[in-house]
Design a protein around this ligand. Structure first.
Ligand code: NBP
Length: 472
């Protein structure tokens, strides 16, 4: 009996997705470049039925029902091109290849165009949720050739996470749209992690709260508007103890790793002129954390005395809460702003409400907050920015005082809060009816004759002043 779908690449993600698909009643053919991996997977107790190991590409092609559906779960980048190069000669018109890795959206666009010329249907699918998501229900963001969607939809909707009975899987758009949305999801994840980290830093190093106390606080916050997977795991991490009974968190080295999807998000924002300040600061903060030796040298430099520590009273904790919540609103507003800018640059018709809904399950950024975002787009599908939605505008108004207080506290105590500060200054800039760009335009006109527009003349009329006439 032929298989319904093939999975190529049997590392963590490929194995778990193959098992997840099998559990929904599909027969799955599997192939991996290194045969030993295929053998050990096929021999594992979990793979004892419905999994068909293949040891060559042509064997895989023969094992699949037509049109063939092949899910690639290999390392992003060159491995995808190498694998496509080997696969394509064994496929025929109408066959479907889905790249489920974290590929760059530009690569997906390129592959999509090249493969459609060969009459193959290429899909770039963002898959979120890591190992657990892959096994029990990921969030799926498929995009690419829309003709592929009816063929893969039943399988994808079956294996996806579900929230309120709805699968966390929607067709995103053509070409690289699915991978773009996944990339922004990862960028938002960077922002969330950094904002939680800054809050922890302020309270742990600034106010000397113990990991135990902080665990309790995060558990408490998890019952409010911050309720999310990341707040939950933070609370659990902070209560974990090392073998000697002391808090494990205090022993973990403070240098962050990264695989690059946050950096891609930052770069795409720069390319599209999107002011994605919170996520960009989150990327920079990881870069700074990685320079540990340099930081240790700098830490030995004499410093100005700081004002004494205030107490961690309920009011101060509320400031920290409000700063985290408000900054998170800004970060998501900027993330959706980037999606909108990409949609207009690439001519995609993105469903912003749908995107918020599919991030509610399976994803690392899953939270009740995403329901509020979906509701905002539901109330106004043309919504220009989340910051203009009455709900979020109201939440920011309520949080604003505490947000400013928390940042003032951080500055006073010498605790770096780059993403929170970037969020607040973005908020202030976004609401500013008159920015100092008038002076900037004058300066540009002064040194480069770049011209300027005037407040008292129609837009589109450009003026130049001879700022520095030679002395008579
Ligand atoms: P890895 O990203 O670690 O990739 C390992 C797989 O790629 C193995 O099957 C390996 O085959 C194959 N591969 C490589 Br490397 N080079 C190859 C080549 N030139 N030709 C053919 N196969 C090649 O696996 P993963 O962690 O399961 O992730 C798979 C994808 O899913 C990645 O794009 C990743 O970014 C994405 N993703 C991962 C997670 C996660 O939590 N891990 C979450 C979401 C998305 P071999 O056995 O022969 O070396």
């Amino acid at each position: 009996e032929q298989a319904d779908i093939g999975v190529v690449g049997l590392a963590v993600m490929g194995q778990n997705l193959a098992l997840n698909i099998r559990d929904h009643g599909y027969r799955v053919a599997v192939y991996n470049r290194t045969t030993a991996r295929t053998e050990s997977f096929a021999a594992s107790p979990e793979a004892n039925h419905g999994i068909l190991p293949c040891f060559s590409i042509d064997g895989l092609a023969l094992a699949l029902k037509r049109p063939r559906k092949i899910l690639l779960m290999v390392s992003a980048g060159k491995a995808v091109d190498d694998t496509l190069g080997l696969l394509v000669p064994h496929l025929e018109a109408g066959d479907i290849i889905i790249d489920g890795g974290n590929s760059h959206p530009d690569d997906t666009r390129r592959r999509s165009t090249a493969l459609s010329a060969q009459k193959l249907l290429f899909v770039g699918c963002g898959i979120s949720g890591g190992e657990q998501g892959a096994r029990h229900g990921p969030s799926l963001m498929p995009g690419g050739n829309p003709d592929a969607w009816p063929h893969i939809r039943p399988i994808f909707e079956a294996i996806a996470a579900r929230v309120d009975g709805q699968p966390c899987c929607r067709w995103i758009g053509p070409q690289g749209a699915g991978h773009f949305v996944k990339m922004v999801h990862n960028g938002i994840e960077y922002g969330d992690l950094q904002l939680i980290g800054e809050t922890y830093h302020l309270l742990r190093s600034g106010l000397h709260m113990s990991p135990e106390q902080l665990s309790g606080l995060f558990h408490r916050w998890n019952r409010g508007p911050l309720n999310s997977y990341l707040i939950d795991i933070t609370a659990r991490i902070l209560s974990a103890r090392d073998d000697d009974g002391t808090p494990l968190i205090d022993k973990i080295l403070d240098t962050a790793g990264q695989k690059g999807t946050g950096r891609w998000t930052a770069i795409e924002a720069l390319k599209l002129n999107t002011p994605l300040t919170t996520i960009n600061e989150a990327v920079f903060a990881r870069n700074l954390s990685a320079r540990r030796e340099e930081r240790l040298l700098a830490a030995q430099q004499p410093a100005a005395p700081l004002r004494p520590w205030p107490k961690a009273d309920e009011e101060t904790l509320q400031f920290a809460h409000d700063a985290l919540y408000a900054s998170k609103i800004i970060s998501y507003a900027q993330g959706f702003m980037l999606l909108k800018d990409a949609a207009s640059a690439y001519d995609w018709d993105l469903d912003y409400r749908g995107i918020a809904l599919i991030w509610r399950g399976g994803c690392i950024i899953r939270s009740i907050f995403l329901d509020d975002i979906a509701a905002a787009f539901d109330a106004d599908p043309e919504l220009q920015s989340l910051l203009l939605a009455p709900f979020f505008a109201g939440q920011l108004r309520r949080a604003e005082t505490g947000w400013r207080q928390a940042l003032t506290l951080g500055i006073g105590l010498g605790i770096p809060l780059p993403a929170m500060a970037a969020s607040l200054t973005f908020f202030d800039g976004y609401r500013c009816a008159r920015l100092p760009a008038n002076l900037l335009q004058a300066q540009r006109d002064f040194f480069g004759a770049h011209t300027y527009e005037r407040t008292d003349r129609p837009r589109g009329t450009f003026f130049h002043t001879d700022w520095d006439p030679p002395d008579e």
